[in-house]
Design a protein around this ligand. Structure first.
Ligand code: ZN
Length: 495
């Protein structure tokens, strides 16, 4: 089976065929660097990180471009408000975004162009649009003449007459038509400006032209995949198409992919609604791997609800995964079994079968428009069988278990890590992260707990059970629960 993707251009799931076999070009709209990014930005980044990873996993050479908008009304306004030079402001938030991305295990795109690096190319593109009668200049501004582009509204499935009647009529309107949008904005006092052919004072580019120019200059026209959040379909992506196709009569791109919103209690997350949650706040509260897992737990194109319950479920899923790895590590030394020992009972047969089938099931679900939740379902089915098997194993593992563990670890290295970017922690380190967070919150140091446990172990080996129980009770009062394992070790966690 080959990869199929839902293409917003045709509103259909289609077989993905790149322009050049084995090579994929992909552009995703990046952020406007004027503030801390929120969970909605993380959703888009994770969604297209998985697309990028999976395309590479399939053996493609992927050129992935994600831009930074580093000049925009929002940036200018914020820099005035905060009295920080606009360049310093954008630099700060670009760096912050990069830190957020690396915490979330998001691979760095092949290229990360900034709008201000492409001003001459944007001016050239706008000149072409004027020559082709798709744009006009007025008082140093240049506007795109939307009615000159016949396909306008096709992506967002909007009728131009409906758009016209709903368009906001602005005061001091210099546009010929309310639907027209700015390609170039004439300089205003105190704003950053670049020289332009449209008036001595110069000006700066509009937002939409940036993406059309950076994508086609770096990837060619057409290119394969354009991605972004669903909220960008109209007007941003509609305008990108109008600009790029208005310039050259060639298709802009062959596939448009859109990720769904993040809702808080089923309401779209946005700053204006006040339910704004920054990536760093959420990571601090929940752990970056849990946040990434949560963002992958729904299909990329569906909405996802950010609730305490869903975050807890994401954590419990990762706990389950790492608990299994912890159990396997505890029981099995580094012994390797190359050939599969013949399964000797039904559970071994079931486990052998699901392990053998996993790679093809994984590929099948991912080939179906990157269905991560379905592939995670297969992962946890195996976790379930493993645990059932371990529950019956006792302390003397059969050679089969060594083989099964090694197979599973191989899949972690060869499938989960490269294609999904999750399950990448050492189990012990994963749990330590939460102990550390909790111990900070409860003001109990991990070292204290560990030393008390060592003391208790000593007491137990001296058959001083009274002392052992006292230590257990002391720790209980500090919110620490102990669990003694049959092999004599003690696990612990914060309640
Ligand atoms: Zn864009």
């Amino acid at each position: 089976m080959s990869l199929r993707v839902y293409n917003s251009l045709t509103q259909k799931k289609e077989t993905f065929a790149p322009l050049k076999k084995g090579k994929v070009s992909m552009y995703v709209c990046g952020i406007t660097a004027y503030d801390s990014c929120h969970l909605g930005h993380a959703r888009a980044a994770v969604a297209f990180d998985v697309v990028y990873r999976y395309l590479k996993f399939l053996g493609n050479e992927v050129t992935y471009v994600r831009n930074f908008t580093d000049i925009d009304d929002k940036i200018i306004n914020r820099s005035k408000e905060k009295n920080i030079p606009w360049k310093e402001l954008t630099e700060r938030y670009i760096q912050e975004y990069r830190d957020d991305m690396s915490a979330l295990q998001i691979l760095t795109p092949t290229q990360e162009p900034r709008a201000t690096e492409f001003i001459p190319q944007m001016i050239g593109a706008i000149q072409t649009l004027i020559e082709k009668k798709k744009a006009y200049e007025k008082n140093g501004n240049v506007y795109y003449a939307v009615r000159e582009f016949k396909k306008y509204g096709a992506l967002s499935q909007k009728n131009i007459e409906d758009l016209e009647s709903g368009a906001r009529i602005e005061i001091d309107e210099t546009k010929k038509d309310p639907l027209d949008f700015a390609l170039w904005k004439a300089a205003k006092p105190g704003e950053p400006t670049w020289p332009s052919p449209w008036g001595e004072k110069g000006g700066r580019p509009g937002w939409h032209i940036e993406c059309s120019v950076m994508s086609t200059k770096l990837l060619g026209q057409p290119f394969d995949i354009h991605g972004g959040g669903r909220d960008l379909i109209f007007p941003h992506h509609e305008n990108e198409i109008a600009q790029a196709e208005g310039m050259s009569q060639k298709n802009f791109c062959n596939y448009f992919l859109h990720n769904g919103f993040v809702n808080i209690d089923a309401e779209k997350m946005s700053k204006s609604k006040g339910n704004f949650t920054t990536i760093r706040q959420v990571i601090k509260q929940h752990d970056a791997e849990v946040v990434r897992y949560f963002l992958m737990s729904a299909h990329y194109s569906s909405p996802i609800d950010y609730t305490e319950k869903n975050m807890l479920e994401a954590k419990l899923a990762l706990d389950r995964y790492y608990l299994l790895l912890g159990r396997l590590n505890l029981l099995l030394a580094d012994q390797k079994i190359k050939k599969m020992p013949k399964p000797s009972n039904d559970l071994e047969k079931e486990l052998a079968k699901s392990l053998e089938e996993f790679p093809s099931k994984f590929k099948e679900s991912m080939d179906d428009d990157f269905n991560v939740p379905k592939s995670l379902g297969y992962v946890f089915e195996i976790v379930r069988i493993f645990n059932k098997y371990l529950d019956q194993t006792g302390t003397t593992p059969a050679p089969f278990l060594f083989w099964a563990r090694d197979e599973w670890m191989k899949m972690q290295k060869e499938i989960f890590e490269p294609a999904l970017g999750i399950f990448i922690s050492e189990p012990q380190k994963y749990f330590e992260r939460f102990k550390k967070n909790k111990s900070e919150a409860q003001s109990v140091s991990v070292e204290l707990v560990e030393s008390k446990i060592a003391e208790r172990r000593q007491a137990r080996s001296n058959k001083d059970f009274k002392k052992s129980d006292t230590i257990r009770d002391e720790l209980m009062k500090l919110g620490v629960e102990l669990k003694d394992r049959p092999d004599g070790t003690t696990e612990w966690h914060f309640k």
